[in-house]
Design a protein. Structure first.
Length: 400
């Protein structure tokens, strides 16, 4: 298999969480319906990478050899390859309210560990020889839950180390290297890059984690420390970073300086209201849909104020006049603005420009999963066409 060779383009794909599919028949039906059209548009003469989302039910079904063979045959016949999995949403992700349920089970729950281990087993069999694999996941837990459960952060770190021991065994038996990619997100346990660095240094790279992994995997402390850094990384979601008002260059540098692997860049864009005013309730209210969490971060004269969702932000509208609001609502990345609101597309352009100068990862994944809750005027083309347009837009940014 001849993979793309341009250093900044790396392995470019999109995340299939855009397709509503929680059980295996729906997963494979969605792949069959959309991938051929997308490949014909963006990669007719080369293999197309797939960022596969598998809910828990679909992952369990893939343990059936006949279902797994069905997937392998489809990939081989269509000239597709899987190098990353989205292991963030465990259950239903479309068609009914998800909200904070997207973080359940969190990493304090053994169910999250078992699910992630199963995903790693599947990816090890799908991953082409010579490629590193990644599984993006919940950034620990939803932040408000931490105070409700004493010792939760310690349990979360222990479960992540337990998962690394599973990845070590996969590497030893198959030669395949897979890393767990924590995805910082607003209002979660780790939402900023500073919080991410602190969690890794204190809980995932510290003496307790090293000792635990050494015992579990039968490694020396030095080898255990190396394994933690090899198998744990970050999924840098550009939408989330923009909502948090991160500095593009400084945030990437902070991760690099801490020795934290950027497993993949998740290419995404958020909604932005540059100046909150009397029109904001109408502007933002029209995007207040009931399915997903839409965290809002307000920049008020350099001070960041965070709201769990759009209704909470609108309750504070009077005090926020003149501030800038950024909202966790994934919007098409090729749009500089939509309706009467702006987007954080420039932040994404800045990240891609930095990546073009010096690649920060080999894995690039477009993730706009909100097509079915966008305003009607933005759903006037087919999903496959829209995805292909996003992938082409990224390619134009990286290879002018």
């Amino acid at each position: 298999m001849q993979f793309p060779s341009h250093p900044s383009l790396g392995h470019l794909t999109y995340c299939t969480n855009i397709h509503a599919a929680e059980i295996w028949p729906d997963v494979i039906a969605g792949l069959r319906r959309h991938l051929p059209e997308i490949k014909a548009e963006v990669s007719p003469d080369a293999p197309l990478g797939v960022g596969l989302r598998l809910a828990a039910k679909a992952a369990q079904s893939l343990s059936d050899p006949s279902h797994f063979s069905e997937l392998q045959d489809f990939l081989a016949e269509g000239d597709y390859y899987v190098f990353t999995l989205n292991g963030f949403p465990y259950g239903t992700f479309h068609g009914e309210p998800v909200k904070e349920g997207a973080y359940k089970p969190d990493w304090g729950d053994p169910l999250r560990l078992r699910y992630s281990n199963l995903l790693a087993d599947h990816l090890a069999k799908l991953l082409p020889v010579g490629l590193e694999g990644s599984i993006s996941t919940v950034p620990g837990t939803f932040k408000p839950w931490i105070a409700q459960t004493p010792g939760l952060i310690k349990t979360i770190a222990d479960h992540m180390v337990d998962h690394v021991s599973h990845l070590v065994k996969i590497h030893e038996t198959t030669g395949k290297s897979i890393n767990l990619a924590l995805e910082p997100e607003p209002f979660c346990m780790i939402e900023t890059i500073d919080e991410t660095v602190q969690f890794f240094e204190r809980h995932l790279y510290g003496a307790r984690a090293v000792s635990r992994l050494a015992d579990l995997a039968g490694l020396t402390p030095d080898h255990a420390s190396q394994a933690l850094r090899r198998h744990l990384g970050v999924c840098y979601d550009v939408c989330h970073a923009a909502v948090e008002f991160e500095n593009p260059g400084a945030s990437l540098k902070a991760l690099k300086d801490a020795g934290i692997k950027i497993s993949k860049l998740q290419l995404s864009s958020a909604m932005r209201i540059p100046c909150v005013d009397g029109n904001t309730a109408r502007q933002l209210g029209q995007m207040n849909e009931p399915v997903y969490m839409h965290q809002v971060v307000e920049n008020r004269d350099g001070t960041l104020i965070r709201y769990a969702d759009i209704p909470e932000a609108l309750e504070n509208l009077a005090a926020a006049q003149g501030s800038e609001w950024r909202t966790h609502f994934h919007v098409p990345i090729f749009l500089h603005e939509m309706q009467t609101v702006a987007t954080t597309q420039q932040f994404l352009k800045d990240i891609l420009a930095l990546h073009r100068e010096q690649p920060v990862t080999e894995q690039l994944e477009v993730e706009t999963y909100t097509w079915d809750v966008l305003a009607e005027e933005y759903r006037n083309v087919g999903v496959s066409t829209a995805i292909a347009r996003e992938l082409a837009w990224v390619r134009d940014q990286l290879i002018p």
